[in-house]
Design a protein around this ligand. Structure first.
Ligand code: GDP
Length: 194
C-alpha cells in the first residue's frame, strides 16, 4: 500500500476510548527495542512518526494510527521492559487482554521477534496467547539485515520451533527497516487480512 496519510487518532487506556468508526485494525506487538516503531515507520513511509514505546514510567497506552482512512495500526506497548513495575505490567496485561479478546475490528496481529535470537519467554507467551484466541498472526523477524541470507533458514526454524509455530493460523516473514526487506510481503499480509 502506498501510504500518504497517517494520523495518530487516539491513545487509549480502556475500551471506552477505542475508535468507533469500525475500520479494520491490525495490532503490532513485541518486546521493547525489537524494532516495532521502525517497522511501523517503514510501513507508513515516515522517518519519525511512531516513537519507541519503551521509555520507563511512560503511560502505557494503545496507540491507534489511522492509515489512509482504511485501517488502524494499533501499537501495543512493548513488553518485557525491565524497569516497568509489577503494577504497570499487570495493568498492561489487563488492557491488552481486553483489547485482543473483545475487539471485533481486530483482523490480525503482527508479532515481532528479533531475527538474530531465540524468542524470549515473553515472545513465546504472547504467541501462545494469540494462538489460543485464534487471532491470525504474522510473526515478523526484525533486524534481518544483521544476519546473512545463508542463515535465514536456520533462524526461521529456530524461531518457529521455540514459538510452537502453527502453520494453520500463522505466517512468517523476515524484515529489515534498514533495507526495507519484507516490506511488500508484510503489506500484502495486512491487505489480505482486512
Ligand atoms: P521499539 O522499541 O520496538 O519501537 O524499537 P525501535 O524501532 O525503536 O528500534 C530499536 C533499535 O533497533 C533502534 O536503535 C533501531 O535503529 C534499531 N532497529 C530497528 N529495526 C532495525 C532493523 O531492521 N535493522 C537494524 N540494523 N536495526 C534496527
Amino acid at each position: 500500500m502506498d501510504v500518504h496519510n497517517v494520523e495518530m487518532v487516539m491513545s487509549a487506556v480502556s475500551a471506552a476510548q477505542y475508535p468507533t468508526d469500525g475500520k479494520p485494525e491490525i495490532a503490532l506487538v513485541g518486546r521493547s527495542n525489537v524494532g516495532k516503531s521502525s517497522l511501523t515507520n517503514t510501513l507508513i513511509q515516515r522517518k519519525n512518526f511512531a516513537r519507541t514505546s519503551s521509555q520507563p514510567g511512560k503511560t502505557q497506552t494503545l496507540n491507534f494510527y489511522d492509515v489512509e482512512d482504511k485501517l488502524y495500526f494499533v501499537d501495543v506497548p512493548g513488553y518485557g521492559y525491565a524497569k516497568v513495575s509489577k503494577a504497570q505490567r499487570e495493568a498492561f496485561g489487563v488492557m491488552i487482554e481486553e483489547y485482543i479478546t473483545s475487539r471485533k475490528q481486530l483482523r490480525g496481529v503482527i508479532s515481532l521477534v528479533d531475527a538474530r535470537h531465540e524468542p524470549s519467554e515473553d515472545d513465546i507467551s504472547m504467541y501462545e496467547w494469540l494462538h489460543y484466541y485464534n487471532i491470525p498472526i504474522l510473526v515478523v523477524a526484525t533486524k534481518s539485515d544483521k544476519i546473512s541470507r545463508g542463515k535465514f533458514n536456520k533462524a526461521e526454524s529456530v524461531i518457529k520451533k521455540s514459538l510452537g509455530f502453527s502453520n494453520e493460523d500463522s505466517d512468517f516473514q523476515f524484515f529489515s527497516s534498514e533495507t526495507k526487506y519484507g516490506k511488500e510481503e508484510v503489506w500484502r499480509w495486512i491487505e489480505n487480512h482486512l
